[in-house]
Design a protein around this ligand. Structure first.
Ligand SMILES: *Cc1c(COP(=O)(O)O)cnc(C)c1O
Length: 401
């Protein structure tokens, strides 16, 4: 392919496959975008350098120094801007740094932010260690139990969401929440890591900013740490850009390349994660030791209708609650797994299990249980092998469950 077919609106999966393909020179060239590693940029003369500098300060995405990133970064940014349907993307060294960037870019001393109580837990540490020190007030709300309008204050600048939520996958009504916030001039940011940006487009549903840990599904191979922020307007791009530069954020070209490579197969991987996770979720629902399975694609999940409306698929994350087990028994179950690795993170090709910490669960208003919860990331193994592993762990830990 040399260029997009004129007059043809290509499907997203096709665009992801060809995003950033370099132009041919002398009738030939590589398939992939080159990895352009550099610490600086060379100019033909001082006038060219001044011109680049001016265009950059006027908001144009041109590089005048290595930290700005060259072709590889640019190709990745363009691909994720297309994926999320936004205006501009910022690449950060981790998902958490993407979150911190958004908070620091938008909040000033005296400002107030409302944060959904089911967000990625380390955000609370950013609040307690950094934002509080800067005189920024963060309050947590349950977007499904609390009335957002009455929680907004005159100095509220940001509504920060994550849908579905971490650990329990509570699906939020993003269009309704965004409408309330935007009506009061409050910026809406949401963490879109769960969907990989493929199953859910928050900017089309009312959010202003979509954040992803590319560490998870965009990488897809558990070999990359990276965050991505996509904003919907030049005004927000300018705010993010100021903070991004002040913090000296950048990523390496090799990491940009890995994310771009992951994007090529994101749709096929996610479709398989969904098939495998659905098979595992249905198996878990039939186990007498399990009282509840958290997976929005299950018709019994309370978020199912919203998920069906706002998402085009479900990821590989499935949590379940034991009916009677103690924490020690739940840990024994996890220890009895052989194929599942034990650990945090997710989004790679391999399956992982994690015993949820009760204090994390209690942060979610939605959580009313007291039995242990295990989070599974269902990878790309044959689902029958995963189910067999879970079955043997249930049998092994049976006396305690
Ligand atoms: C993992 C994760 C992050 C943080 O990403 P890192 O790259 O590990 O810093 C942010 N949000 C969600 C929902 C995550 O699961």
């Amino acid at each position: 392919m040399t260029a997009a077919f004129p007059g043809t609106r290509l499907h997203s999966a096709t665009r992801l496959l060809h995003a950033g393909a370099p132009a041919l020179r002398d009738g030939a060239g590589p398939v992939n975008v080159p990895v352009v590693r550099t610490s600086t940029v060379r100019f033909e003369n001082t006038a060219a350098q001044a011109d680049h500098h001016h265009r950059r300060t006027a908001g144009e995405r041109v590089a005048s120094y290595g930290r700005h990133g060259l072709d590889t970064h640019r190709a990745l940014e363009d691909a994720v801007v297309g994926l999320e349907g936004g205006h501009r993307a910022f690449l950060t060294p981790s998902g958490l740094s993407a979150i911190t960037l958004v908070l620091l870019a938008l909040l000033s001393p005296g400002d107030h932010a409302l944060v959904a109580d089911g967000v990625y837990a380390p955000l609370r540490r950013v609040d307690s260690t950094l934002l509080q020190r800067l005189g920024i007030t963060v309050e947590y709300l349950s977007p499904t139990h609390d009335d957002l309008a009455s929680r907004l204050r005159p100095n509220t600048r940001l509504l920060y969401l994550e849908s579905p939520s971490s650990l329990l996958y509570e699906v939020l009504d993003l269009p309704a929440l965004s409408a309330v916030a935007r009506d009061r001039g409050v910026t809406v940011a949401t963490d879109n890591t769960w969907s990989g940006g493929w199953f859910h487009q928050p900017l089309a549903l009312g959010a202003n900013i979509s954040i992803q840990a590319a560490t998870k599904y965009i990488s897809g191979h558990s070999d990359l740490m990276q965050g991505i922020v996509v904003v919907d307007s030049p005004a927000l791009a300018a705010k993010l850009s100021t903070a991004y530069e002040a913090l000296g954020l950048t990523i390496g070209a090799d990491d940009a390349y890995l994310a771009l490579r992951g994007l090529r197969t994101l749709p096929v991987r996610l479709a398989q994660h969904q098939r495998n996770a659905t098979a595992v979720a249905e198996f878990l629902q039939q186990q007498p030791q399990v009282s509840r399975v958290f997976y929005p694609a299950l018709p019994t999940d309370p978020g199912h209708a919203l998920w069906k409306r706002d998402f085009s698929g479900a990821s590989g994350l499935v949590s379940f609650e034991f009916r009677h087990a103690t924490t020690a028994a739940a840990n024994a179950f996890v220890d009895a797994l052989r194929l599942f690795g034990i650990g945090a993170s997710w989004g790679g090709y391999e399956s992982l299990a994690l015993a949820a910490q009760p204090e994390r669960l209690r942060e979610h208003r939605q959580w009313t249980g007291d039995a242990p919860v295990v989070r599974l990331h269902i990878g790309l193994e044959e689902p029958q092998d995963l189910i067999a592993d879970l079955a043997q762990a249930f049998a092994d830990a049976a006396p305690a469950l």
